[in-house]
Design a protein around this ligand. Structure first.
Ligand code: NAP
Length: 305
């Protein structure tokens, strides 16, 4: 039986691991088959305090993991396929093979990239359609690329992709960006980036690989083709809470609801990071709530005796 099982290995989970390990709770972290969360899909992190020159996302995760390991966190690189939160100890099934028992649980499963929901988009995913500029940008050297979205992610991806692309067009469904001023300015000042406003992607074109997109201008209500080799979808995220559906309270968008710090409606189950945060969604806030979840779990276990 484990004192604490942590599901998910982004900054929230890893911070929870560091704190629970240092509290001698010998945490078990199930880090998922794609360990490390969204920071592993990003490049420079310039706003995580303590790194005046910035740090690469994957490096930050690697360092956090090493720190958690140093204090005795056990890691399992596998997926949780089932949880039973109806009785204590909680049962956590890993890869449909093994079930471990947990006196307390910290959920830090994060959020995943949204897609537009077009058939052509899913057909060409991995063949020109991507949700990760860091992972796939390199494949489009010297080629025209489209980034879809108007938030910080879209600005960040577009700016990053100018390292490779001949040109980047940001396609946004409105005429105002949602992104923060600083990220907007950076994209707008980049002469390799242009904008298509009020434009909705109707279809990603191409048989085996992407050759372009068909856009509908929402104001003029006409369509146009835009040639490109890469389509990067950066339209937000959905919390990874499918595993817990029906067993834990979530909001209408699936984000786990927490009260009194990181407590969920199930005593002994705590949630940290993007899985419970539709508002801030930063690495530093995820890490902060990871610390809170660890302390909340520790107090819970102490009170249980
Ligand atoms: P977001 O802020 O929710 O923005 C999503 C964008 O996608 C919006 O512009 C939205 O359009 C558009 N969109 C949503 N659904 C769409 C659809 N079906 N079709 C076309 N467009 C669609 O998401 P995000 O950019 O991923 O950012 C999430 C959070 O992470 C934010 O808090 C952001 O500040 C943070 N973040 C920070 C950094 C950084 O500081 N370095 C980098 C990345 C992200 P509308 O505007 O019309 O709704």
């Amino acid at each position: 039986m484990h004192n604490v099982v942590i599901i998910g290995s982004g900054p929230a989970g890893l911070t929870a691991a560091i704190y629970t390990a240092r509290a001698n709770l010998s945490p078990l972290m199930i880090e998922g088959s794609q360990a490390g969360g969204q920071l592993t899909l990003t490049t420079d992190v310039e706003n995580f305090p303590g790194f005046p020159q910035g740090i690469m996302g994957p490096q930050l995760i690697q360092d956090m993991r090493a720190q958690a390991e140093r204090f005795g966190t056990a890691f399992q690189t596998a997926d949780v396929t089932k949880v039973d939160l109806n009785r204590r100890p909680f049962a956590v099934t890993i890869n449909d093979e093994e079930t471990v028992q947990a006196r307390s649980l910290i959920i830090s499963t994060g959020a995943s990239a949204n897609l537009l929901g077009l058939d052509s988009e899913s057909r060409l995913l991995g063949h020109g359609v991507s949700t990760c500029a860091t992972c796939d940008g390199f494949f489009f050297r010297g080629q025209p690329i489209v980034v879809i979205g108007g938030g910080d992610s879209a600005m960040e991806e577009a700016t990053f992709l100018t390292k490779f692309a001949s040109h980047v067009t940001i396609v946004h469904r409105r005429d105002k960006l949602r992104a923060s001023k600083i990220m907007q300015d950076k994209a707008m000042k980049n002469d390799k980036i242009s904008f298509r406003w009020n434009s909705v992607v109707e279809e990603v074109l191409g048989d085996d690989v992407v050759t372009g997109i068909r856009l509908r201008d929402a104001v003029a209500n006409d369509t146009a083709m835009l040639d490109c080799k890469g389509v990067f979808v950066a339209i937000g995220h959905t919390p990874n809470t499918q595993l817990f559906r029906g067993q834990i309270d979530t909001d209408a968008n699936g984000y786990i609801q927490t009260t009194h710090g990181t407590a969920t409606n199930v005593p002994g189950v705590f949630a940290a990071g993007d899985v419970q945060d539709p508002h801030y969604r930063q690495a530093i806030t995820a890490a902060g709530t990871g610390c809170m979840a660890a302390m909340d779990a520790e107090r819970f276990l102490e009170a249980e005796g």
